[in-house]
Design a binder for this molecule. Structure first.
Ligand SMILES: [Zn+2]
Length: 305
């Protein structure tokens, strides 16, 4: 009889524990934030040839031929979807660099991948953040530029979780930066032609290298309106900034099209650029997380303006 009672008590206790866990477990896990570094590690390992892309046997040793760039494009779309964002493709055709070549060869073509994060209140103002996803032939392009893509994806995820966004955000991954910045040129033209009200364009490239461990970031051709925002975010994160002029990446396409644009790069040049050694193991993930926080803090400030 006692045994029956004990069994019933045990059963009752189990039911109570189960019900309590159903109530409190979701509360406990709710506050858990998105683990940026494990997300970026996993993404770069798959995007830059360390591990096969899920569900396929494809190991992307480079993102250079049209077939490889198509695999990268599809993987980017599914990664955007996995972090809760829709994906769009912008297919473009651009003339060859020398116009007479167009008579003999087909024009260059490629696909940019983008998503638009809506504002939480009525506005027609957009902030653009972008990074190129192609790589130089023969290079896995972990630093150049899976690092910038991983930064942009993590920033996109965090922007989408903000409760207040007074601007819309265009998140874009450019094709063919290594081919005369064709993808970003085509996208800048698309934005220009659309007449969209673009607040500013933020471009990242090669942002995974920090040999002197100072977390330093180079800002290229930053406008006087954006400079104080970056300075504030950098001060908060103890990041030294180095200012430079010109356009050495996709930022050139947007500067030439007349957009307020900043290029955000590592302030030290990686020795692995465009080489077979530009592999996942050379990416400094602590530095990438720090740079991700810098851009996110700037964009969060813009979202509140
Ligand atoms: Zn690059």
């Amino acid at each position: 009889m006692n045994q029956v009672k004990n069994t019933n008590r045990l059963r009752f206790a189990r039911i109570v524990i189960f019900m309590l866990s159903m109530i409190f477990l979701p509360l406990l896990t709710q506050g858990q934030s998105f683990d940026i570094t494990s997300f970026q590690r996993q993404f770069i390992a798959q995007f830059a040839g360390d591990r096969p892309i899920e569900g396929t046997i494809n190991v992307l040793k480079q993102r250079s031929t049209s077939v490889e760039r198509k695999i990268a494009e599809n993987f980017l779309c599914s990664t955007l979807n996995s972090i809760g964002l829709p994906s769009n493709r912008h297919e473009y055709k651009m003339p060859n660099s020398f116009f007479l070549l167009d008579l003999f060869f087909s024009p260059m073509q490629g696909t940019n991948v983008y998503t638009i994060i809506p504002a939480t209140e009525p506005t027609e103002e957009y902030v653009v953040i972008g990074a190129h996803y192609d790589s130089e032939p023969g290079s896995p392009g972990a630093g150049d530029n899976a690092s910038g893509v991983a930064l942009t994806l993590a920033v996109a995820k965090q922007i989408s979780e903000l409760t207040v966004r007074k601007k819309k955000f265009v998140i874009v991954f450019f094709d063919q930066e290594e081919d005369d910045e064709l993808g970003s040129k085509a996208f800048a033209k698309k934005l220009k032609d659309s007449g969209m009200n673009i607040h500013s364009v933020h471009i990242t490239d090669i942002i995974g290298w920090d040999a002197n461990q100072d977390l330093g970031v180079e800002l290229q051709s930053i406008s006087s309106r954006l400079a104080p925002l970056y300075q504030q975010a950098a001060d908060d994160l103890n990041i030294p900034l180095k200012l430079s002029q010109g356009g050495s990446s996709d930022n050139k396409s947007f500067l030439n099209a007349g957009f307020e644009t900043v290029g955000v790069f590592s302030d030290e040049m990686t020795p692995h650029i465009h080489k077979p050694s530009d592999q996942c193991e050379t990416v400094d993930f602590g530095y990438l997380a720090s740079s991700t926080a810098l851009i996110f803090n700037v964009l969060k400030a813009l979202a509140q303006q």
